[in-house]
Design a binder for this molecule. Structure first.
Ligand code: PLP
Length: 485
């Protein structure tokens, strides 16, 4: 398909530096010694590593080529559902690298880091405005740690009221971290099945909510990309039985400035700065999962808290009800800088616009592809859309085959086989940063692959054929990685 393929077929072989090296090659010429040689003491003369001899150009080419093998949001569409792999403005990287911020020592006294504290305070205010929840801690290092912090706050609140509860309600569409965080906190997750249209019903929650139950963890929009329209009623049911509502805000990219979680009845919510707020996501780099809570729950937030003091700011450790520290020093500070830059440069109007465009792009994909792939839930989607493997079976094709074939067309595959409630799920989150033109190319490629599945399924079964490596044994690759080429 000319005009739709992003891969250019220039796939370079790259041997290990050890294979590339040749005895006597040098990266630089060192002048002859002008002092007499000295014998090294025997203990320093053991056999060291046998480093390869390489020229400068060998080394530069090696690492430049390797760097180009890395696929990221800066190289192309990265449509992983449930991940918000959106393009992040480079200006926020510049801000995070500002020497005064990047080199500030975490042990400096409050009076010497007023700028850093002001930045943290400002970000707290921004996130409070976005969630409608006034108490904020920037400490948690990721969404999952934000969930754990939230669960610790749930436990502390119940304890403060003399109530002992240990069950927590979690819908079957939840991200795996939800039950894991709850269990780490000593709670027993009770799964609730979502209704036939992919969202929770108030009745299903009312049927299991009781006086043993701490509360509910709910993701909105949920992991099927659907808006939980019953959330307010569900929150009322949970509150009426003395429970709390945890909002998993990992999908906030769909609803910033559009939905006020506090008004939906959410008591505690984490946000993923590395999804929604301009920190590159993936690759194991640092992230941040700030937690936002109601005024009533603020006294349980982690310490230290950034508070106003006179005309400035200080770190407050004096919070007797706090659940304690969840991260060393100030959390992942550079991630906070990016988020603050993002929130300020976008402003309320453009944060809302970003969410509207994220939803528009997903809806455009869904509508454009629904004749080609079976939709898991034929109803309006938010920031992502989910297809099932349906008719692929007829052609003896799996979701994995389809995903692998995308690699041949130069695309990173979407999330597959998740969420678990959809058979052979294909979950696509285009994000707001893709243009209509780029979406049209992706749609055309997916339609082409669907046509291939009907006419020449072998192409899919053997894919990828244009990548450096073909189909891997993914279990073995994960369990026994071979890192030597
Ligand atoms: C990504 C995600 C999480 C976990 O966030 P991490 O930062 O990866 O720990 C939790 N819930 C949902 C819905 C998510 O998409």
């Amino acid at each position: 398909m000319s005009g739709t393929v992003e891969a250019n077929g220039m796939i370079q072989e790259e041997p290990l530096l050890w294979e590339k090296g040749s005895r006597g090659r040098q990266g630089m010429s060192i002048p002859a010694a002008d002092v007499p040689p000295v014998e090294l003491p025997a203990e320093l003369c053991g056999a060291g590593p046998d480093f390869p001899d390489l020229s400068e150009v060998d080394v530069v080419r090696h690492y430049t080529r390797l760097s180009a093998w890395n696929y990221g949001v800066d190289s192309g569409l990265y449509p992983l559902g449930s991940c918000t792999m959106k393009y992040n403005p480079k200006i926020n990287e510049r801000l995070a690298a500002t020497p005064e911020l990047a080199a500030a020592h975490p042990l400096l006294a409050d009076s010497e880091v007023q700028g850093c504290l002001e930045l943290m305070y400002g970000l707290q205010e921004g996130l409070a405005a976005i969630t409608g929840l006034p108490g904020v801690s920037l400490q948690p290092a990721a969404g999952a740690q934000g969930e754990l912090t939230g669960m610790l706050i749930f436990a502390a609140w119940h304890r403060s009221r003399g109530s002992r509860r240990n069950k927590i309600l979690i819908p079957d569409t939840a991200h795996g971290t939800n039950p894991a965080s709850a269990a780490l906190c000593g709670f027993r997750p009770v799964p609730i099945a979502s209704g036939p249209d992919g969202i929770l019903t108030t009745e299903a929650v009312a049927a299991v909510m009781d006086d043993e139950t701490v509360g509910i963890m709910i993701t909105n929009p949920n992991t099927l990309g659907l808006f939980e329209t019953n959330i307010r009623e569900i929150a009322e049911v949970v509150h009426a039985r003395g429970g709390l509502v945890y909002g998993d805000g990992a999908n906030m990219n769909a609803v910033m400035g559009v939905v006020n979680p506090a008004l939906c009845g959410v008591d505690v919510m984490h946000l993923n700065l590395h999804k929604t707020f301009s920190t590159p996501h993936g690759g194991g780099g640092p992230g941040a999962g700030p937690v936002c809570v109601t005024a009533e729950l603020s006294r349980f937030l982690p310490v230290p808290r950034v508070v106003r003091a006179g005309n400035g700011y200080r770190l407050d450790e004096d919070c007797p009800d706090s659940v304690g520290r969840v991260h060393a020093f100030h959390g992942n500070f550079s991630v906070l800088v990016r988020a603050y830059g993002y929130v300020l440069s976008m402003g309320a109007a453009f944060l809302k616009r970003a969410s509207q465009l994220a939803v528009l792009n997903a809806a455009y994909l869904k509508e454009s592809l629904k004749e080609s792939l079976p939709l898991a839930y034929p109803r309006p989607c938010m920031h992502e859309c989910v297809f099932s493997d349906g008719w692929l079976h007829e052609h003896n094709i799996t979701t994995l085959d389809l995903a692998k074939r995308l690699i041949d067309y130069g695309y990173h595959p979407p999330t597959i086989y998740f969420p678990l409630v959809v058979p052979g799920a294909i979950m696509i989150e285009p994000t707001e940063t893709e243009s209509q033109q780029d979406l049209d190319r992706f749609i055309a490629v997916l339609k082409q692959i669907v046509a291939e599945a009907r006419n020449n399924p072998e192409l899919l079964r053997q894919a990828p054929t244009r990548a450096k490596l073909g189909r891997l044994d993914e279990t073995r690759a994960a369990r026994q990685p071979c890192l030597c080429g």
